[in-house]
Design a binder for this molecule. Structure first.
Ligand code: PSV
Ligand code: MN
Length: 394
């Protein structure tokens, strides 16, 4: 059996990890909760500028989180050029622009799939405005998640809704600049419970294929039924060159939006194994590794730091897989041997490797400790008094 040496693999892993970037969601820094209670926290941002300042702290201590996704209208500001400059001054940039066609009364029966053409036009216009935000901020990704769906059989026509969806998406696609992409997200249920208009990767992919090269699928790890083999979906989308991005988070039950790698680090490893196997970790692979999380009870900036570290750990383990040995075992039909090669990598403690990487990058090897010692949490708690803390809808 051929094997590459562990030292070679560690060297290659370190080089790849240096290049990996993870995008942070602006809404992770704002108040959030369940439908039962939102617990406020001291120092929560009052506006998008403060959200970006907090995101920049995560980048300061991890060195691998240089972009922040915005959600419109939650992150509407008068001057997006100023927001962009604020980000750049702090060493970060604006990432994906998330549209929001689910929090306006007009959208009760859907947005792009709504039976009323006036509402459909309004939803397309909102996306036009989002493309303008992309131009002003330098963003290249328009992330679309639709809450569209039905609660009752017969409530609307399933096929007609797909036709309206295709038409609306085509109108939005026509607005894109050359360097822009659409990231079309799917989710199997919620808020609609009987039928969702973009429920799965297949539906998203079909619409993307009809739209053109600039349309790709975004895979939110929380948007699947229990037991779904997510790494299979990853492999399929990569084969088609249509995996545009991840929304990383953890689920125990449904769309829990907990910290990535907290509920099922093994699943995260399996996903990253597919990514590494398809050489899709490269920064120019077109896959945007984003977080989509809410920190309801834990402090938010450390919650994001921990999440970034969790992604790095899973990635490091995937990079340590002895692919030559794995290939040889697979070719020989050695079921247990192949499984053992994968598990060896998963069971490797990579924390020392990542601590060394951070040191090489001029960072503290312990991002959580360094942030805690920085005094930033105390500073924002003291400074951010008055005003309204940001949350969903603000
Ligand atoms: C929907 O559940 C989702 O995952 C979409 O990405 C939204 O934009 C995000 O959550 C924030 O609500
Ligand atoms: Mn998402």
């Amino acid at each position: 059996m051929t094997t590459s040496s562990i030292d070679d693999r560690r060297r290659a892993a370190t080089a790849a990890l240096r290049e990996q970037t993870i995008e942070l969601p602006s809404w992770a820094f704002a108040n959030s909760g369940t439908r039962f209670k939102v617990f406020g926290q001291a120092g929560v941002p009052r506006d998008p500028f403060e959200k970006i300042s907090d995101a920049a702290e995560v980048h300061r201590y991890t060195g691998v989180a240089p972009r922040v996704s915005l959600h419109i209208p939650w992150d509407l500001v008068e001057d997006f050029g100023a927001l962009r400059r604020h980000a750049e001054d702090l060493g970060v940039s604006i990432g994906a622009i998330n549209s929001n066609v689910f929090q306006d009364d007009d959208y009760m029966l859907g947005s792009l799939c709504n039976p009323d053409p006036r509402v459909r036009r309004k939803a397309v216009d909102h996306h036009r405005a989002c493309v303008d935000v992309m131009r002003a901020t330098g963003s290249t990704d328009l992330k679309i998640w639709l809450a569209d769906g039905l609660n009752y059989p017969g409530q609307d026509d399933l096929r007609a809704r797909q036709d309206r969806l295709a038409e609306g998406l085509a109108a939005i696609y026509a607005e894109l600049d050359e360097n822009h992409r659409i990231l079309l997200e799917y989710k199997f249920f919620e808020p609609a419970f009987y039928a969702t208009d973009v429920p799965d990767w297949g539906t998203s992919l079909l619409h993307c294929l009809a739209l053109g090269e600039q349309a790709t699928v975004v895979l939110d790890t929380g948007h699947h039924a229990p037991g779904t083999n997510i790494e299979f979906i990853v492999a399929q989308l990569l084969r088609q060159g249509r995996l545009g991005a991840f929304d990383f988070n953890s689920r125990f039950y449904a769309d829990d939006d907990l910290m990535v790698g907290a509920a099922d680090p093994f699943q995260l490893f399996r996903i990253m194994h597919e990514i590494v196997g398809a050489d899709a970790l490269r920064p120019d692979s077109g896959v945007n590794f984003m977080l989509d999380q809410c920190h309801n009870i834990e402090p938010r900036i450390p919650g994001q730091i921990r999440s970034v570290m969790n992604v790095q750990e899973a990635t490091a383990k995937a990079l340590l897989v002895d692919r030559e040995a794995l290939g040889a075992a697979q070719a020989a039909g050695d079921v247990l041997g192949a499984n053992a090669v994968l598990m060896d990598a998963y069971n490797t403690d990579v924390r020392d490797l990542l601590a060394q990487l951070r040191q090489d990058m001029g960072l503290d090897p312990d991002p959580m400790g360094a942030y805690a010692a920085s005094g930033y949490a105390e500073k924002i708690a003291a400074e951010r008094v008055g005003g309204t803390q940001a949350g969903w809808g603000a």
